[in-house]
Structures are given as structure tokens and as C-alpha cells.
Ligand binder design. Structure first.
Ligand code: MRU
Length: 350
């Protein structure tokens, strides 16, 4: 059993509070859109796919409970709530993309004069599909990724380096850059190195916890050790997740991803981005204009509530960086296969 970050059944939603991990496993009920928004903003739930799934499910929870007198009131409620949800965290494309898809879905039903009761029921059903769809996409993606990596490396066992948390906790289950799960299941994984992922420690708090939970052979390192690990520990490939992949393959992901990609290129190590299509922003040409979220200074100066830096020190705390496509030398792993950035552009044209 992989860890479950999102529990949902018939209008009842709860999330695993990731701020308490790895010390405490506690689920929190999400009873409305505002609860969903706050859980995303405070990072009780995080990871691009999980953000969108929890955001949309919080709307489904509210739709289950509410009655609407007519189509205009239902349609404007859905649109306002979805628009609000997109403001919780700006960098990951998933919530904005899901909101746009659902709004288009509602508009097309309104145009066809579908009754408001039917619109509500179809929207709830469409949102509820997101959970199983994400899991099945992650599994397909992992198999494509594992196969590609084994073919490229040409050895029986590989050692992978990953950054941040992209596993069950960041998705509906299973995970993306934890392609290592598939490698491990096929007995091709020697070991995975996971970075601590400063400043918010998703690697040491969450990925390390997931890897140990699943008995995957793994070693935790500080972010500053990546260069030495690449030089001395036989890293076969780097696999990271994505919050937004643009048309040309530029990828926004957790802060620190870019410097790992630079180091990988220097050491001739293939660098992969594992990103289901829900993480792709086919309408954006390149990574230049991606809005990078800046988190509050205390997430940098404090660790687990302990102040480590002088209290009033000036801080800059961007949560993500953009890795340019030319550094993604392994490929972009999706549920449809593994693409070079150039092939990805053609894929978006289809
Ligand atoms: O700030 P976070 O913890 O939400 O950042 C998460 C990441 O950057 C992940 O790598 C990304 O969302 C992909 S998760 C499958």
C-alpha cells in the first residue's frame, strides 16, 4: 500500500496534513472550497497534481451539499470558486488548467440547455474522475520512464538522484518522478539518492519517509552534496517532477532543480523530467514568463519552528526555478511516452 495523501468518497474529502509529517500521520477534513484553498496555500497538501485534485474535489464537496435554483447561479458559483482556487499557489499549472477545462465543460452544457441538476451532477463526476485518472497516468508514466532509463543506461541496475517530493504524497497516489518505484519493482534499482530540498525540506520530511515506507533502497543527502555525489557515487540518471512544462520543454520545478540540471550536464548524467500531461502548459511558449511563487521568509529562516538565521535578516525565498530545455538531456517522461523537448512541441500541435 502506498501512502494516501487524499481520501475521498461520495462528497467527503480529507487530506493528510503534510506539515506534520514525518512525526504525525493525521488527516484533516476539507468541508468546503475555502478549506481546500487554505490547505493548498499553507502547504498541508502540496505537489502540482495533488494541489489541483484537492482544489477541484473541495468544489465537488461543496456541490454535493448545495442546492441551486437555476443554471446561471450554479454556473457563476462554479466559475467563481474555480477562479479563487487558482490563486492559492501560482506556479503549478495543474489547478489553472483543471479550472479552465471545467469552466469550458460547464459553458458547453449551458449552451446545449442541459438542466442545472444535470450540470451539477456531471461536474461532480468529472472532478471525481481526477483521482483514478491521475493514478493510472502516473503508473503508465513510470513504466515509460523506467523502460527509457534502462534502455539509455544499458546496465542491469541503476542509481537515481531525485529532488523534492513527487511521490504518492504529491499526487493522487504512486507518484511521478518516483519512477524509481517501477525500477525497484522490476529489480533494476540499485539505490535512489534524495535531496533534503531546502528550504522546506520536502525531500527529508516527505520523500525520505515515502521511500522508507515502501522499503526502497535510498540515501538522503543535503542539497549541497549533489556535485560530490555525482562525481563519486555513480549516479545513472536524475529524475525530477514538474510544476509547469512549457511548449518548448522549459520546466518550472522545486527551487534547486536548475542547479542540479547544470551539475548533471557537467557530469554527463541524463536529466529527466517526469510530468503527466496535467503538468503541461501547451499555451505558453517558454519558461521566461512563468510566475515564480515567493514563500514567506520564516520558511527559510526557521526549521520546525526553530529560528536558525537572525530574525530580521533580509531574505529571498522563491519556491521554484526554471530549468531550460537544453538541460533536460534524458527527456520529458509522460503517460504517452518519453519526449525530447522538440518532440513535445509537436505533441502539443496534435
Ligand atoms: O512546493 P511544492 O512542495 O508544492 O513543490 C512540489 C514540486 O516542486 C514537485 O516536484 C512538483 O510539484 C511535481 S509533484 C508530482
Amino acid at each position: 500500500m502506498t501512502l494516501q495523501s487524499i481520501r475521498y468518497e461520495c462528497g467527503e474529502l480529507s487530506i493528510l496534513d503534510q506539515l506534520l509529517l514525518p512525526h504525525e500521520t493525521a488527516y484533516e477534513r476539507i468541508g468546503c472550497v475555502e478549506d481546500g484553498w487554505k490547505a493548498i496555500r499553507s502547504m498541508k497538501v502540496r505537489g502540482a497534481p495533488a494541489i489541483a485534485i484537492v482544489g477541484c474535489l473541495s468544489l465537488a464537496v461543496e456541490l454535493h451539499k448545495r442546492e441551486f435554483p437555476d443554471t446561471p447561479s450554479l454556473s457563476s458559483f462554479i466559475k467563481a470558486q474555480l477562479t479563487h482556487l487558482t490563486t492559492a499557489r501560482p506556479t503549478a499549472v495543474n489547478m489553472g488548467k483543471s479550472a479552465a477545462i471545467l469552466i469550458k465543460f460547464v459553458d458547453s452544457m449551458v449552451e446545449q440547455n442541459v438542466s442545472h441538476e444535470e450540470i451539477k451532477s456531471r461536474v461532480i463526476k468529472k472532478i471525481e474522475r481526477m483521482l483514478p485518472d491521475d493514478i493510472s497516468d502516473n503508473m503508465k508514466l513510470s513504466e515509460h520512464g523506467a523502460k527509457h532509463i534502462m534502455g539509455r543506461i544499458g546496465q542491469d541496475k541503476v542509481t537515481i538522484l531525485t529532488h523534492c517530493n513527487t511521490g504518492s504524497l504529491a499526487t493522487a497516489g504512486y507518484g511521478t518522478a518516483l519512477v524509481v518505484r517501477s525500477l525497484h519493482a522490476a529489480q533494476h534499482l540499485r539505490e535512489v539518492y534524495c535531496t533534503e530540498t531546502r528550504p522546506y525540506n520536502q525531500g527529508s520530511r516527505l520523500t525520505a519517509y515515502e521511500l522508507m515506507h515502501d522499503h526502497v533502497p535510498s540515501t538522503l543527502i543535503a542539497d549541497s552534496m549533489v556535485g560530490l555525489v555525482m562525481r563519486t557515487r555513480g549516479i545513472s540518471a536524475v529524475v525530477v517532477g514538474a510544476d509547469r512544462v512549457t511548449r518548448n520543454g522549459d520546466t518550472a520545478n522545486k527551487i534547486g532543480t536548475y542547479q542540479i540540471a547544470v551539475l548533471a550536464q557537467h557530469h554527463g548524467i541524463p536529466f529527466y523530467v517526469a510530468a503527466p500531461i496535467t503538468c503541461h502548459d501547451g499555451g505558453r511558449l517558454d519558461g521566461e514568463s512563468i510566475v515564480i511563487e515567493e514563500r514567506p521568509p520564516h520558511e527559510l529562516t526557521c526549521v520546525a519552528g526553530v529560528q536558525l538565521a537572525p530574525k530580521d535578516m533580509n531574505c529571498w525565498n522563491p519556491a521554484f526555478d526554471v530549468t531550460p530545455n537544453e538541460l533536460i538531456t534524458g527527456g520529458i517522461i509522460t503517460e504517452h511516452g518519453v519526449f525530447t523537448p522538440h518532440q513535445l512541441n509537436d505533441f502539443h500541435d496534435k
